[in-house]
Design a protein around this ligand. Sequence first.
Ligand SMILES: Nc1ncnc2c1ncn2[C@@H]1O[C@H](COP(=O)(O)OP(=O)(O)OP(=O)(O)O)[C@@H](O)[C@H]1O
Length: 257
Amino acid sequence: MLKVNQLDKTYGKDKHSLKAVSFTAQPGEVTAIIGPSGAGKTTILRSVNQLIRDDGGQILLDDQDIRQANKAELRKIRHHIGMIFQNYNLISPLTALENVLHGRLGGKSTLAGMFGLYSNAEKTEALALLDEVGLKDYAYQRCDQLSGGQQQRVGIARALMQHPKMILCDEPIASLDPKSTQIVMDILRKLAQEKQLIILINLHQIDVAMTYADHIIGINSGAIVFEGPTTEVDDQVLQRIYRQDTEIKTMVTADEN
Ligand SMILES: Nc1ncnc2c1ncn2[C@@H]1O[C@H](COP(=O)(O)OP(=O)(O)OP(=O)(O)O)[C@@H](O)[C@H]1O
């Protein structure tokens, strides 16, 4: 389980980006963080694996406080936290298979990593993961020749190559069309359930969060204003989360008519 307690982050002198943020995310579930632009979604996600150093609080992954880890421990912890990104972050001239194998880099010596030395067992595993995300026939295709949705699936397979406990997803569908969105979200939900992974995902699209997430964390101006099962999210909750965000208010109102 991921348990975040009283997490604070201030940029510069007094720009309070996270204010005593507390929430939990369970294995086997998709947990979505939703909220208006600038609310602090990315700051939370990047604090969880300490890409951003926060200013106070606790981040417990299976009872180990990530914030207290020394450099070597943090490297080890991060090896079991996969990340997928809006812009995929693949190495374009390399094949899908090579990109997936890169997920193993964190567990290798610098030399083995530099020379791209992977065992046959690792290659077999990477191929099986590509098969799992429906890309068996694209293993030897360069990533820049794949569609956005296919690239994101390579990103997921790469994260799985880390044998993660948790996958952090920063706006993973923001650049995808509805069909690719559905495929990617179906895969993430299936992975959470079948591999008992913690999937923590930042989303702008409320409808996608409502369809695929088990658990919702609503943030506004750096503070958690809702945490609970998706079934408890109604228009009132959404208005609390998105207050002062005129675009969404209009959307909620339009839905009511
Ligand atoms: N490096 C930084 N320096 C100063 N302020 C920052 C920095 N990164 C983020 N912020 C501020 O922290 C707040 C939260 O930003 P964050 O990117 O986490 O929001 P978000 O909810 O992910 O937004 P979006 O949905 O637009 O991506 C914003 O007010 C932002 O301007």
